[in-house]
Design a protein around this ligand. Structure first.
Ligand code: SF4
Ligand code: SF4
Length: 429
């Protein structure tokens, strides 16, 4: 694609990067075929190619974002299915991130929209605040008929029963069982550990049982992914994590940073890019990104112990977009589940997003609801006993549309190798 940036514009590193991305696009339109919003809405401006043109126009002409442009960019799930399909290697992720930052700088959203987005940007990354907000949401459900649609959507996703465990914060250390094979830092996360603390518990049991010493490094918090996708500045979150893990690396050494929320994994693997021009953090950020692994990558490297429960359970594996498109981790989770004795099923349209996408299901409830129903229909078609996914957002979203148990992949791997049965899953015997 031809571009017309001035030299002054190209002096900005983000614009320079976006120009490179734009030039790689040959506007073939292959990406439209696998874009969930284009599949649902059929509008070119709700396709990757359409959005690329909208972003190009804003950046090239230093044009402030308009209501129309914001509508189409906001509808993008950042599922990155277009990146998997694109034959020219267009890095849509970095381009849309830049487009979103431009929108935040140049567009004044209606006050209620601004308030909601700022509220999410503040609450979700802070486990204690998020926990308190969920408690309030349980009361707020009573007032649902009086509230705007997006708040009702947010309330609908709040769990009926809230786990009561204290946030998992560092410094903490969990010793390896038997001879230590690896020393691994676990990202304890933010929203996930409030909604489903059992996922971290299963991950720690699984890793330590397989010879890993697990540490929760002091000072590590939210990865910044949720705020980043809202177009807000998330560099403070990332900076703190890079420094905290760098200290851990220099202290006890680290073989990997294990991440069990694939949305976070995609962002942490991108820290190196985000800080590429930072005179102090460029090198440490690159090292942290290099160490970042999805938990399924860590377990695939170590090798799974023989299963201790009878096999044959039918598991529909939902591949989170951030895992399959963002990190290109596709085979490891399925291979591990199969080694654990489960019959792994691939539902149709596996490339399509479930509609969760960070805060998307709250900010765009209509599109998200349609995508969820389509996802659940596809999953139920393969008649599974259990649904497994590697991302809390997908787990919550899919669970809100089905009566089947939806669990994290690590919970099944933990169960199969000696851990407790995940709640909601019927006995294997
Ligand atoms: S498939 Fe790639 S090259 Fe083709 S229009 Fe989409 S982004 Fe551009
Ligand atoms: S990220 Fe997903 S929703 Fe956005 S343009 Fe690409 S395929 Fe479409």
């Amino acid at each position: 694609m031809q571009t017309n940036f001035t030299l002054a514009q190209l002096a900005d590193p983000d614009t320079r990067e976006s120009e490179k991305i734009l030039r790689a696009c040959v506007h073939c339109g292959f990406c439209t075929a696998t874009c969930p919003t284009y599949a649902l809405l059929g509008d070119e401006l709700d396709s990757p190619r359409g959005r690329i043109y909208l972003i190009k126009d804003m950046l090239e002409n230093d044009r402030p974002a308009t209501t129309e442009v914001v509508k189409h960019i906001d509808r993008c799930l950042s599922c990155l299915s277009c990146m998997t399909t694109c034959p020219s290697g267009v890095n849509y992720m970095h381009l849309v991130d830049h487009g979103r930052q431009h929108i935040e700088r140049t567009f004044s959203r209606p006050w209620h929209d601004r308030l909601l987005r700022q509220l999410f940007g503040y609450v979700l990354p802070r486990p204690r605040v998020f926990h308190a907000a969920l408690r309030a949401a349980q009361i707020g459900k009573v007032f649902a008929p009086l509230l705007p649609a997006r708040l009702v959507a947010a309330l609908a996703l709040a769990p009926r029963r809230l786990p009561n465990s204290a946030p998992l914060v560092g410094p903490k250390r969990f010793a390896a069982e038997g001879q230590r094979k690896k020393r691994v830092a676990l990202l304890a996360g933010c929203a996930q550990q409030v909604l489903a603390p059992e996922i971290n518990a299963a991950t720690i049991r699984l890793l330590t049982r397989h010879g890993c010493e697990v540490v929760i490094a002091e000072g590590v918090g939210c990865c910044g992914s949720l705020t980043h996708h809202l177009g807000q500045d998330a560099t403070d979150f990332a900076r703190k994590n890079i420094m905290a893990w760098s200290r851990e690396l220099a202290g006890g050494g680290l073989d990997a940073i294990a991440i069990n929320t694939s949305g976070c994994g995609t962002t942490i693997k991108d820290y190196g890019f985000i800080f590429r021009d930072d005179p102090v953090l460029a090198e440490p950020a690159r090292k942290i990104s290099e160490l970042a692994r999805d938990i399924s990558e860590v377990m695939a490297e170590i090798g799974l112990q023989k299963p201790k429960i009878p096999g044959g359970r039918r598991v529909a594996y939902h591949s989170a977009c951030s895992l399959q498109h963002g990190q290109r981790v596709r085979q490891q989770p399925k291979a591990l589940l199969a080694q654990a004795g489960f019959v792994v099923l691939d539902p149709p349209e596996g490339h399509l997003c479930c509609g969760s996408a960070g805060t998307y299901n709250i900010l765009q409830p209509e599109i998200a609801g349609k995508l969820r129903d389509r996802k659940v229909e596809n999953i139920e078609r393969v008649a599974p006993d259990i649904i497994a996914a590697g991302n809390i957002g997908c787990i919550t979203q899919i669970a809100s549309g089905t009566s089947l148990p939806v669990v994290h992949t690590v919970e099944l791997l933990d169960w199969a190798t000696g851990g407790p049965r995940p709640s909601g899953v019927a006995d294997a015997s």
